[in-house]
Write a protein that binds this ligand. Structure first.
Ligand code: GLN
Length: 239
């Protein structure tokens, strides 16, 4: 852990078309509102990725940008070092897919190697998954809570034995239409929902911060968020 806590937003010019950079704002603000110091580091291809990040963030993007991102992250190498040093990686959609062993791109479904950080593989699914998604997140302590967001992906992701699903799907497609959503493996979490998903689901944001800091955080009571969440869940359930 560094002081201040370093939130590293990785390659938004490649993986930033779904507004997932909002996840970085949420993490920084949830630390600052608790009186904790936070630093946002924005890294673009060509910049060195800091090896001492506390939370690294990858977002959604186009297929070809995924290939460029993998190439640049492999050449840089510091994301791998940062995770070995205890950093947490939170990756959304295209960012999630590139964390796996492989993903496919284009009409020919060309297979590209991923970063190998999650035991998952992604190939093109039967239909594109587009729309609201509602899942139930299985917390490590056994408790659960709802995650809301929207999904927009053509790739379907299958988990190998080393990865655990992040959540089960109540509404939407998730990983591959088989009822699971996202993957967790050590300090790496991948998931499909945009929103930004940490703005819609502050419990998940705090979970990432607690993982990175290695300690529990004081609750941050923001009733307006709960009202918005309840409205969103009701709308997705059609009630
Ligand atoms: N290009 C990937 C897919 O369609 C990821 C899309 C995204 O990041 N929203 O599966």
């Amino acid at each position: 852990m560094t002081t201040p806590t370093r939130i590293v937003l990785v390659y938004q010019s490649l993986l930033g078309i779904y507004g997932d950079r909002g996840n970085s704002t949420v993490l920084v603000q949830r630390l600052r509102r608790r009186g904790l110091e936070a630093e946002l580091v924005v890294v673009e291809p060509g910049d060195e990725v800091p090896a001492d990040g506390d939370v690294y963030l990858l977002g959604g993007g186009e297929d070809l940008a995924q290939v460029s991102a993998v190439k640049a992250l492999r050449a840089d190498g510091n994301l791998f070092r940062g995770l070995e040093g205890g950093g947490v990686l939170f990756a959304v959609c295209a960012g999630y897919q590139i964390c796996g062993h492989s993903f496919t791109v284009g009409a020919q479904d060309t297979v590209h190697e991923g970063l190998g950080l999650l035991d998952v593989t992604t190939t093109r699914g039967a239909t594109r998954a587009v729309g609201e998604i509602l899942t139930r997140w299985q917390r490590p302590d056994g408790s659960t809570s709802l995650i809301t967001g929207f999904e927009n992906h053509g790739g379907y992701t299958r988990l190998g034995p080393a990865a655990t699903p992040l959540a089960t799907v109540e509404k939407g497609i998730g990983n591959d239409g088989g009822g699971t959503e996202g993957a967790v493996q050590g300090n790496v979490i991948g998931t499909y929902p945009h929103g930004p998903v940490l703005a819609r689901n502050p419990d998940l944001a705090d979970h990432l911060l607690e993982l990175a800091l290695g300690r529990a955080l004081e609750p941050l009571v923001m009733p307006s968020i709960e009202v918005l969440r309840a409205e969103r869940v009701a709308a997705v359930r059609g009630r």
